[in-house]
Ligand binder design. Structure first.
Ligand SMILES: CC(C)(COP(=O)(O)OP(=O)(O)OC[C@H]1O[C@@H](n2cnc3c(N)ncnc32)[C@H](O)[C@@H]1OP(=O)(O)O)[C@@H](O)C(=O)NCCC(=O)NCCS
Length: 168
């Protein structure tokens, strides 16, 4: 049972809401790293880089007040088979009980906006076959399929032709 997000729903840079650091690290670790035998400390170390100055890497957190809803990141490198591509929208995660309410799309959109605002003209994203439909619906263009041992699809998205628009 879920309730609609309140007026306090927001997507924040983790630097502004560091109280969500531990839950973001936990979710990224459980979703993508734990089964490979990596310790949680490996992810807390990498996530800590998102708190440094500089636009990238960055981590976003979707929250309704103090309630964690999901996360997404923009990082320099996400796929060792494609070191020449950068930067990437990565680690998109929405809490299971809050899915199918637009938070995933909102996180991807905000990550793309922040990625372009950092000066990138093209962004990359990779997804397993089961997730490709989600990103295609959001307008990401498949660039390569069946990359690496997980058969990933690499998506790309170019900056809007009008250039970078940042809020006043
Ligand atoms: C993928 C994920 C981030 C989507 O989050 P979300 O908040 O549910 O996303 P949205 O609400 O914006 O959009 C969900 C919609 O996309 C659809 N969708 C989800 N996966 C899809 C897929 N593989 N193909 C097509 N559509 C898909 C859903 O059916 C839903 O549509 P509906 O609202 O009509 O039911 C979430 O399912 C998740 O955290 N999954 C586990 C982590 C993961 O796989 N991340 C992606 C790594 S590549």
């Amino acid at each position: 049972m879920t309730s609609a997000p309140g007026a306090s729903f927001a997507i924040s840079d983790l630097r502004q809401r560091p109280e969500f650091f531990d839950i973001v690290a936990d979710r990224i670790w459980r979703a993508w790293w734990k089964d490979g035998g990596h310790p949680l400390e490996y992810i807390t170390g990498r996530l800590g880089e998102n708190l440094d100055a500089g636009p990238i890497p960055l981590a976003l957190v979707a929250h309704d007040g103090a309630a964690f809803l999901g996360t997404a990141s923009v990082i320099a490198s996400d796929l060792e088979e494609r070191p020449n591509y950068t930067p990437w929208v990565a680690a998109v995660w929405v809490e299971p009980q809050h899915r199918s309410r637009g938070f995933g799309a909102a996180l991807v959109e905000r990550a793309a906006r922040d990625g372009f605002a950092s000066g990138a003209h093209r962004l990359y994203l990779c997804a397993r076959p089961a997730r490709t439909g989600f990103y295609q619906r959001l307008g990401w263009i498949p660039l390569e399929r069946d990359v690496g041992r997980f058969g990933l699809t690499v998506f790309t998205r170019d900056a809007p032709a009008s250039g970078i628009s940042s809020p006043p």
